[in-house]
Design a protein around this ligand. Structure first.
Ligand SMILES: [Zn+2]
Ligand SMILES: [Zn+2]
Length: 432
């Protein structure tokens, strides 16, 4: 019987569209080994795993999780080593397929998101909870099965799941340990996406069709050759009657800008305009043109495929404006407030000015911590006074009355006040 270097935990959903993502597997394995994801990676390296050259500078935080879910030299090596050390297949066919056919597919892959209803179903049949690779795809906003929007934060504490510490099993919040599938507010009709609105059906189809083992072996006709041959045929009048106006221009634009046109969004647009599914476009052979009888024009693109206007920003100007704003503020603003002021997104700030963002976040957190300390101190003093001071002798010495009076007097947050009252009450009022 072979002995494996790591626990032989199988990757969930292998060979299906529901295949588990690599960071999810890493977390599950780390939890089973009683360690963190970071330590497990280190151990894999020491066991003769991934070379340090390919290792990303940081595997922590949101970008770390996204890097692990993406396709790069490091994740390929990691998958190979995990397969070797556990004896299980760690491949992800849909990712391999997309990586072969689409330029820069990694930009379309993000950190952890999840469908609570899918997790409930896994829990109900006692299957291991895991994050699907599909949920990492930026194009997929809703669960294809339950049609609910994918969650990004814990409903109980609001924290994102970007930790590799593996203090709790996958499917439980990394911070508070609550389940990621219990909903605080039950779903209503408006939370369910109608079946006729499925902007990501083309990407879902790829996951379904390319997931089957053996489907992505040699033989794929690269999309860019398909496009080129189509444009050439159009030029020779073979299919000219079908390719008209804007679509023809678009094809020529693709010829001029190969890399840009082989990005997922461009390919999705082309497939839509040519009345093909994205999967058909990506796997099409040169002879299998399936142009429609009625080619659509660019204006008919649905909202999610429309071209967005690029906003040109003067980064230096944004930076100076922001620094001046921060200096003026008495109370340190949060990152969201700062971004709102500069009329940019927090993501833009994180990408452009990481050190400034770190400063904003640190100052804001220090201020919040300070405020919470002051509030707790004020609440404790007020609560003690309520039960001791003669000033309150006319009031009933109950916690309810204390809360009513002190809330009015101090305006402190509810739970800070309630906790302080409870502490003072149990210390000063003898049990009856
Ligand atoms: Zn679901
Ligand atoms: Zn939580």
């Amino acid at each position: 019987m072979p002995t494996w270097k790591l626990f032989p935990i199988p990757m969930q959903g292998q060979g299906t569209a529901e295949v588990e993502s690599l960071p999810s597997y890493l977390l599950r394995s780390a939890y089973a080994h009683g360690t963190s994801g970071g330590v497990l990676l280190q151990v894999i390296h020491e066991l003769g795993g991934c070379s340090q050259q390919t290792k990303p500078r940081s595997i922590g935080g949101k970008s770390g999780i996204a890097t692990l879910a993406r396709v790069n030299q490091f994740t390929w090596e990691l998958r190979d080593r995990l397969a070797e050390f556990t004896g299980h297949d760690m491949s992800c066919e849909p990712l391999r397929f997309l990586d072969n056919q689409v330029y820069c597919i990694s930009t379309e892959i993000g950190a952890f998101r999840w469908c609570p209803e899918c997790l409930v179903e896994m829990a109900r049949i006692d299957a291991p909870l895991y994050f699907k690779q599909l949920w990492h795809m930026a194009a997929v906003g809703h669960c294809p099965v339950h049609r609910v929007r994918l969650s990004e934060c814990c409903e109980f504490c609001g924290s994102t799941q970007h930790s590799l510490k593996a203090r709790h099993p996958v499917g439980y919040c990394a911070e508070c340990g609550e389940t990621l599938f219990n909903r605080r507010v039950p779903l209503s009709q408006k939370d369910i996406q109608p079946s006729w609105e499925c902007p990501s059906h083309d990407v879902l189809e790829i996951f379904e069709k390319a997931a089957r083992p053996g489907m992505t072996v040699n033989g794929w006709f690269e999309a860019r050759w398909f496009l080129r041959s189509m444009a050439v045929s159009a030029d020779h009048g073979k299919i000219n009657s079908h390719i008209t106006g804007e679509l023809r221009d678009l094809l020529y634009e693709c010829m001029r800008n190969w890399k840009g046109s082989c990005r997922l969004i461009s390919l999705r647009r082309l497939a839509y305009l040519m009345n093909m599914s994205l999967y058909e476009l990506l796997t099409c052979s040169g002879t299998a043109y399936r142009l429609s009888y009625d080619v659509l024009n660019i204006q008919s693109l649905p909202e999610h495929l429309k071209r967005r206007k690029k906003t040109v920003r003067n980064h230096k100007h944004v930076y100076r404006k922001l620094v001046a704003y921060l200096e003026e503020q008495q109370i340190p603003p949060s990152l969201k407030q700062a971004a709102r002021f500069a009329q940019v997104s927090p993501g833009y700030l994180e990408y452009r000015f990481p050190s400034l963002v770190r400063r904003i976040v640190e100052r804001y957190q220090a201020h919040r911590y300070q405020t919470s300390l002051v509030n707790r101190y004020r609440a404790q003093t007020a609560a003690l006074q309520f039960f001791i001071d003669d000033r309150y002798a006319d009031h009933t010495q109950s916690r309810k009355e204390a809360y009513r009076v002190l809330k009015e007097e101090t305006g402190l947050p509810k739970w800070v006040l309630k906790d302080a009252i409870q502490t003072a009450y149990s210390a000063l009022i003898p049990e009856r």
